[in-house]
Design a protein around this ligand. Sequence first.
Ligand code: SIN
Ligand code: FE2
Length: 214
Amino acid sequence: MLDLFADAEPWQEPLAPGATILRRFAFADADALLADINAVASQSPFRQMVTPGGYTMSVAMTNCGRLGWTTDARGYRYAPGDPLTGQPWPAMPSTFASLCQHASAAAGYSDFQPDACLINRYLPGAKLSLHQDKDEPDLQAPIVSVSLGLPAVFQFGGSRRSDPLKRLLLEHGDVVVWGGPSRLFYHGIQPLKPGQHPATGECRYNLTFRRAGN
Ligand code: SIN
Ligand code: FE2
């Protein structure tokens, strides 16, 4: 199928104070990012983690960078080692670091230095319930989130769980950056609809870059 928008220039949409959507910002780098996701996953495989409440997450996860986010019966935390392999998490690929640097600067956060990248893989039906990203000690640093593959509905609310939610479709190459006044805003992903994407088949990937250490 001819994609009339394949060559479109990225554009920006304001989302909330301190939060911006960079539409298609990662489109041109998508194939390189996907190849590096596979390289990371060949060392630290995708796995469905268990929450402290005993619930197996529908999203499969892995990490790269100095620290990685994990959850198990003992709680949520960032750790330097992959509990599955007993090895350090794979290094952050330079494609990831460079995209994150350009995206954060474009959104107004010019010296963001991520030390962790959580990689989420959604198959049809997988979702991420409304939550805050609050396991990071340095809340001055933003969150940079990159969407690849099948589209998904992203919910973005406010600082209280009960605040009204915006619902936006995130498509292949879209990047969302939130920080400053919206750093702790609630967000989530609605259950992924089945489909086929030319770059990823039946799944969606999301990269979230974080500053997880001091
Ligand atoms: C997240 O909240 O960590 C990921 C959101 C997404 O998959 O877009
Ligand atoms: Fe999150």
